[in-house]
Design a protein around this ligand. Structure first.
Ligand code: NAD
Ligand code: 6OD
Length: 489
């Protein structure tokens, strides 16, 4: 069962209803309210942070890494046991197609816990022997200790996946967390409270406070002096605001921010596969994935063919009931976000784009007519300095431009304030490696997209982020290293 009244989860229990503001939780496929959410008060945030701090010193803090790893596997088991509930909650919050949520979002929720249980157990720390100035012997070894109370501030596009991507390593390292899910998608974070309790995770280790950002739970949490570190996924502008909050108390941040990712398609690539996978990279989750390709550069001899192939893929997408297995295209997250994306569709038209397909809002049958639907859209013919080519839109749209040389493609791809990821399609091995090295991005996918090994460094360069998470890199953020130097002679 999923919750229709979504409460804050603090110190191992859902807080009883009180005089809190109520926020509507809207299903973006229909526009209907499917749950009511209790907005955390500043006192609730204090309560959550205090509970998290107490839990650091309780039984959680005394577990060995192996015992914590076992606890993480129990959480993963719990998500898998409640798979249908997590699926229903995620679909109700986001409107994403069941095929996507059941293959990506929910399995990754469980996989994140398993991956970091394993990472924690398979990484040791350093050990050095040394001579003392008077000829004696000493050893140095490093202890990896939890950082403390971690604030986890999450976006709405892949709610369970992105929240557990942070909570799992934080818990693996012995920290406690206070999660602030997006106000648009609070359901799976709330449901995870039940799983934590059933998995025997001590009270106060996992807490959830609901609300918006500024003037609400997001700001109260990130400004809270009891928070030791902040991990955030969301817009670059929000990251800047959180960084200012983190400056008080000089608290560390880990940021996964926006992108304006480029894809480069060389004429020697396997065009059928490139078009197939590029359609995923542009339209999956209605383009609401930070790794989405919004700029495509295609070598001139295959430009027309590639545009036609991608257009055919866009036009084959099936919008519809998210719970129908044949639906392959969902709505945007909200009518407000649709207005923003539609604004770019209008800007593209005004700037003289050739609209290859789409370009407007999607008219849907009555049951879905109140939803935030918009057409998959492909443009060509825009100058590189137009807002549509420079700014993150976060919708199902892409601009495609021809190029004549490798250097020109690289110059186009790198001409952005962002550096999250890039995608290259070629069968020329030397070129694949050369271009990957020269692309300014945290991840380069060659002949693939969004293929994830959770042990690798993940994050963005330039304005796409601060730091890397994944595998050992997550341990670097979620732990403090302490060197112990012992004279042994
Ligand atoms: P957002 O920045 O608007 O909100 C993210 C979270 O921050 C929400 O929980 C929100 O309530 C909270 N928040 C907003 N203002 C705040 C403030 N001043 N203080 C504290 N908390 C605040 O982002 P979004 O619209 O939810 O998500 C879409 C954005 O996220 C896109 O820009 C996308 O590129 C980015 N994103 C990046 C990655 C990545 O891995 N780099 C992953 C997913 C999404
Ligand atoms: O796969 C991941 O771990 C990850 N952080 C994906 C981010 C997707 C952005 O929307």
């Amino acid at each position: 069962m999923i919750h229709t009244r979504i409460s804050n989860f603090v110190d191992g229990a859902y807080l009883p209803g009180g005089a809190r503001q109520i926020m509507d939780d809207v299903n973006p496929a229909t526009g209907a309210v499917h749950a009511l959410v209790e907005e955390a008060t500043p006192a609730d945030v204090d309560h959550a942070v205090a509970a998290a701090r107490r839990a650091l010193k309780g039984p959680w803090g005394k577990l060995s890494p192996a015992e914590r790893a076992a606890a993480l596997h129990r959480i993963a088991d719990g998500i898998e046991a409640r798979f249908a509930d997590f699926l229903a909650a995620e679909i109700a919050d986001t409107g994403k197609p069941v095929t996507m949520a059941s293959h990506l979002d929910i399995p990754r929720g469980a996989a994140n816990f398993r991956a970091f249980a394993n990472v924690m157990q398979s990484h040791g720390t350093e050990f050095f022997t040394m001579k003392t100035p008077d000829g004696g012997d000493a050893i140095n070894y490093t202890l990896r200790e939890p950082k403390g109370v971690i604030a986890v501030v999450c976006p709405w596009n892949l709610p369970l996946l992105l929240m557990t991507w942070k909570v799992a390593p934080a818990l693996a390292c012995g920290n406690t967390v206070v999660v602030k899910p997006s106000e648009e998608t609070p359901a799976t974070a709330a449901l995870l409270g039940e799983v934590m309790a059933k998995a025997g995770i001590p009270d106060g280790v996992y807490n959830v406070v609901h609300g918006r950002g500024p003037g609400s739970a997001g700001e109260a949490l990130t400004r809270h002096p009891g928070v030791d570190a902040i991990t955030f996924t969301g817009e670059t502008r929000t990251g800047a605001a959180i960084m200012k909050a983190a400056a008080d108390g000089v608290r560390p941040v880990s940021f996964e921010l926006g992108g304006k990712n480029a894809g480069i398609v060389f004429a020697d690539s396997n065009l059928d596969v490139a078009a197939e996978q590029t359609a995923r990279a542009v339209f999956l989750n209605a383009g609401q994935i930070c790794l989405q390709t919004e700029r495509l550069y295609v070598e001139r001899p295959v430009f027309e063919r590639f545009v036609a192939a991608l257009k055919a893929k866009a036009e084959a997408l099936r919008p519809g009931d998210p719970n129908d297995k044949t639906t392959s295209f969902g709505p945007l997250i909200s009518l407000e976000h649709r207005q923003k994306v539609a604004g770019y569709y209008e800007a593209a038209r005004r700037a003289g784009a050739q609209v290859q397909t789409g370009g407007g809002v999607l008219e849907m049958p009555t049951a879905f007519s109140g939803g935030a639907w918009i057409e998959p859209t492909i443009w060509t013919g825009l100058p590189e300095d137009s807002s549509v080519v420079r700014e993150e839109i976060f919708g199902p749209c892409v601009h495609i431009r021809p190029f004549d040389s490798e250097d020109e493609a690289l110059a186009f791809a790198n001409d952005t304030a962002y550096g999250l990821c890039a995608m290259v399609w070629t069968t020329n091995l030397a070129r694949a490696h050369r271009v990957s090295r020269l692309l300014e991005a945290g991840t380069v996918w060659v002949n693939s997209w969004f293929l994830r090994d959770l042990r690798v460094a993940f994050g963005g360069s330039k304005q796409s982020g601060i730091g890397r998470e994944g595998g050992l890199h997550s341990l670097e953020f979620y732990t403090e290293l302490k060197n112990v130097c012992v004279r042994v002679d």
